[in-house]
Design a protein around this ligand. Structure first.
Ligand code: ADP
Ligand code: MG
Length: 189
């Protein structure tokens, strides 16, 4: 399967001891991928550097191991694909393509505010996949801020309504793992 992961991250390589805010049992349970088989959504939220993308890739690998098709897409790239498809009269084709994988991983939602057109296009994508495929979203903004990120409170609510209907949430708190490692090595205070 062509998941297009930007790099390789595994669950074995995740240091759970360094991340006490995370329930390791819940993550290992998610690794069994019943949520993917069921078409549920998974939201991984927390500040930058705490391992959201690492866990998203690791769980994506587990989904592939369980025989599911997986597509990994940075949120900005996904929006570019949809906005471009809309402009070129190829939206239907792009939506159909993005609805195909059993699991779609949308990474780094919330780093940039989206243009209003993007909110409607993302809503169409979420609706298309709703109760068919799974979505895993990593976000550095709380769901209460999604209206601001999307530039549209009504569309944000409609998207969250579908995502949260059958969903799992991992909330990670604490310090950036990168900075923590630098501190440990004495490179940074
Ligand atoms: P986020 O997506 O939350 O910004 P990343 O997943 O990109 O954070 O993590 C930043 C870096 O730190 C990555 O190289 C990742 O592999 C590593 N990392 C983060 N948390 C852990 C952890 N608990 N154990 C091992 N590596 C981690
Ligand atoms: Mg990330």
């Amino acid at each position: 399967s062509l998941a297009k992961f930007p790099h390789q991250c595994t669950l074995e390589g995740f240091d759970f001891a360094a991340q006490p805010s995370l329930d390791a049992r819940q993550v290992r349970d998610l690794a069994a991928c019943r949520w993917v088989a069921n078409g549920d959504a998974l939201l991984i939220q927390g500040p930058p550097g705490v391992g959201k993308t690492h866990l998203a890739i690791a769980l994506g690998r587990e989904a592939i191991r369980h025989g599911h098709s997986v597509l990994f897409a940075p949120a900005t790239a996904l929006v570019t694909t949809l906005v471009g498809g809309h402009a070129e009269g190829k939206l239907e084709q792009r939506l159909a393509q993005l609805a195909k994988p059993k699991l779609l991983i949308v990474d780094e939602f919330g780093y940039l505010p989206f243009e209003p057109a993007a909110a409607h296009l993302l809503f169409q994508l979420v609706s298309r996949r709703y109760e068919r495929g799974s979505i895993l979203i990593t976000a550095n903004r709380a769901v209460g801020d999604w209206g601001t990120v999307l530039g549209d409170e009504v569309v944000a609510t409609a998207i969250l309504d579908r995502l949260m209907h059958h969903s799992h949430v991992l909330t990670i708190r604490g310090d950036s793992y990168r900075l923590r490692e630098k501190r440990r090595l004495g490179l940074f205070k």
